[in-house]
Design a protein around this ligand. Structure first.
Ligand code: HEC
Ligand code: HEC
Length: 288
């Protein structure tokens, strides 16, 4: 990482984005989580995946860029406020649908049956040929197998279920496919990552690649990884999905934004996830 603002960011300064010129390395620390059934050591930094080798030597979870007290909240499930959402997700998992009497548990047994899934999503579904995010799989069952209306992409019940299902893959290395049928979606996501949006004319890469490590509005800029999602965000006192975070970051460039669950943001999620191949799925992380 570097220690100087790039010209794009320096120009954004004059347009009202408040940036400090300070650079700080990600904090050296290890994330061992105390869970109900024991301790899990998460990989929060590792060698960059091959497709990023020219860009970064090392990739870092956003966890390393947060303050001590925020990092501490993720060390123990008892302290992680996101676990309450997963608990609610479990109640919903077991509950019978009013529309059909079916329940997730009735067909899938326990939520452990979803182990490993979060680590490989988004992926191109073999049956539909579509790029699917976890929200799509959930809604597929909700509508076609339970006879309910689709759940909103960022609705409370969707986030509870995302939390519960993601948690089953905690500790597994992110491993999304970027070749074969995924290649075209990945290329589209990659293009978006380097496209400048909004009045500020800023791309994801301007902040999360070229200026990772810099301070922006008292925030320590991370590499913008999604291995921690969904995340419990202290500022919102609630859960935030990767799709929502993208909407927020694009809005910060003062652009008209794409919608959560749009084809564009799904492709972007695949690309961003691939930049974190090798980091652990954090299940439900805690950010500020
Ligand atoms: C009537 C039975 C049924 C119900 C009820 C049901 N599912 Fe499914 N679900 C399936 C089947 C069948 C598949 C497809 C499995 C496959 O293609 O291998 C599936 C696939 C999935 C997948 C993708 C899994 C994977 O590994 O690809 C997810 C996630 C999922 N369901 C979540 C849920 C959730 C959450 C609920 C409750 C809100 C639910 N399902 C309710 C039968 C059901
Ligand atoms: C103007 C700078 C800026 C731009 C442009 C920007 N972001 Fe962000 N982003 C931030 C800040 C600030 C944060 C909060 C601190 C951090 O984790 O970097 C953040 C956080 C994130 C996070 C959460 C990381 C974590 O571990 O909690 C993700 C994911 C993310 N951004 C993705 C993106 C994507 C994808 C784009 C392009 C569509 C983008 N960002 C564009 C400033 C930006």
């Amino acid at each position: 990482m570097q220690g100087r603002l790039t010209p794009v960011i320096a120009a954004a300064l004059t347009m009202g984005l408040s940036l400090g010129a300070a650079f700080a390395d990600p904090v050296e620390d290890e994330l061992v989580v105390t869970a109900e059934d024991g301790e899990i050591t998460l990989v929060t930094t590792t060698k960059a995946p091959g497709h990023l080798a020219e860009t970064f030597d090392t990739i870092w979870s956003g966890w390393h860029f947060r303050e001590d007290d925020t990092r501490d909240l993720q060390r123990d499930d008892f302290d992680n406020p996101g676990m309450l959402f997963a608990d609610r997700g479990l109640d919903r998992w077991n509950a019978k649908s009013e529309a059909s009497g079916a329940s997730c548990a009735g067909c899938h047994e326990g939520p452990e049956s979803m182990k490993g899934l979060r680590a490989v999503l988004p992926r191109v579904d073999a049956k539909t040929g579509k790029l699917m995010i976890l929200e799509d799989y959930i809604n597929d069952c909700v509508t076609t197998r339970m006879g309910e209306e689709a759940w909103g992409m960022t609705s409370g019940k969707m986030k509870d279920m995302l939390g519960l299902i993601s948690l089953q893959s905690r500790g597994e290395p992110v491993n999304v496919a970027i070749d074969g049928p995924a290649a075209e979606f990945w290329a589209k996501g990659r293009e978006m990552y380097y496209t400048r949006y909004g009045q500020l004319e800023m791309a994801c890469a301007n902040c999360h690649e070229q200026n990772a490590g810099m301070m922006i509005r008292a925030d320590h800029l991370s590499q913008g990884q999604v291995n921690g999602f969904p995340t419990y965000r202290l500022k919102d006192a609630g859960m935030v999905t990767a799709q929502q975070r993208f909407v927020g970051c694009i809005r910060d460039t003062r652009a008209e934004t794409f919608k959560a669950g749009s084809d564009e943001l799904k492709a972007l999620e695949l690309y961003v996830a691939s930049r974190g191949n090798g980091l652990s799925v954090e299940g439900i992380s805690v950010r500020h």
